[in-house]
Design a protein around this ligand. Structure first.
Ligand SMILES: [Zn+2]
Ligand SMILES: [Zn+2]
Length: 267
């Protein structure tokens, strides 16, 4: 059985057919998923999913790409993080991919927002869901500075180099692989996945985006996470069950979710 450590079920293309998606998850043996928050405005909708369904949990945070939205304070995050079924702070981080003509210096607002999230995670002890794109050096430096070695979490939808993976692992973070692992041109990422210890790996869909092969370009859903698991198993030369079990256990431990013991493991 599988878990999806990062999906956006609150986005309209998935939320509008949540019952069908949950049925697809059940047939694909995807037992659990973490619904990721990207704005404070969206939080009630994300949280409602986690409250309504016993196999869904959620996070609270504001994505670095979101502009013109409510800017959270540490208190805003902590207040929501204390609610039932909220298990992480994020997604948060830095994204210099779409600067829209601005310099990196002009992205100070993004770094300030990220700092607020790291401080909140440190204060409440929940893990951090980190998004980093074209900004790995600043992401790692800020985490080290604000986290003070006390903040754990995951680098989600990892697409960086082995050097960045090593630095994230050294900070105590997990690395989460998405459907990108299955893309034909992702040989460099597969080389990274081969090296990251299985006990620090998570898998995710980041749905509705980034559908794995053979669904590339279509609307993604948590039901496709077994394709990511299968690719990771192939890369590591391990049985699918081993990768499925390890990524589930890693997920449960990182996010403090009670362990689910599948029937196949009853003794
Ligand atoms: Zn992201
Ligand atoms: Zn995301």
């Amino acid at each position: 059985m599988f878990v999806d450590s990062h999906c956006h079920l609150s986005f309209p293309e998935l939320h509008d057919r949540i019952d069908a998606i949950r049925a697809d998850m059940a047939s694909a043996q995807v037992e659990r998923a973490l619904c990721i928050c990207t704005t404070i405005e969206e939080f009630p909708r994300v949280h409602a999913l986690a409250l309504a369904h016993d196999n869904l949990w959620c996070t609270v945070g504001v994505h670095p790409d979101n502009e013109g939205v409510q800017e959270p304070s540490v208190a805003d995050l902590l207040e929501r993080a204390a609610l039932p079924r909220v298990v992480a702070i994020g997604e948060t981080g830095l994204d210099y991919y779409r600067l829209n003509g601005r310099s990196i210096a002009q992205m100070a607002w993004q770094r300030e927002r990220f700092r607020v999230h790291v401080r909140a995670a440190r204060a409440c002890g929940l893990p951090l869901v980190v998004h980093t794109r074209s900004a790995s050096a600043d992401t790692l430096a800020l985490l080290a500075e604000e986290g003070g070695g006390a903040v754990r979490g995951v680098f989600h939808c990892f697409t960086e180099t082995m050097e960045v993976a090593r630095a994230a692992l050294a900070l105590g973070f997990h690395i989460s692989f998405s459907g990108i692992l299955t893309f034909r041109n992702a040989e460099d990422l597969r080389a990274v996945a081969r090296e990251v210890p299985l006990e620090r790996c998570l898998i995710e869909t980041d749905s509705p985006y980034l559908a794995p092969m053979p669904y590339r370009g279509k609307t993604n859903s948590p039901a496709y996470v077994p394709h990511v698991a299968a690719k990771l198993a192939e890369i590591k030369g391990l049985p699918l069950e081993t990768v499925a079990r390890a990524t589930r256990v890693n997920f449960e431990r990182l996010f403090g979710i009670p362990a689910l013991v599948p029937a196949s493991e009853w003794t």
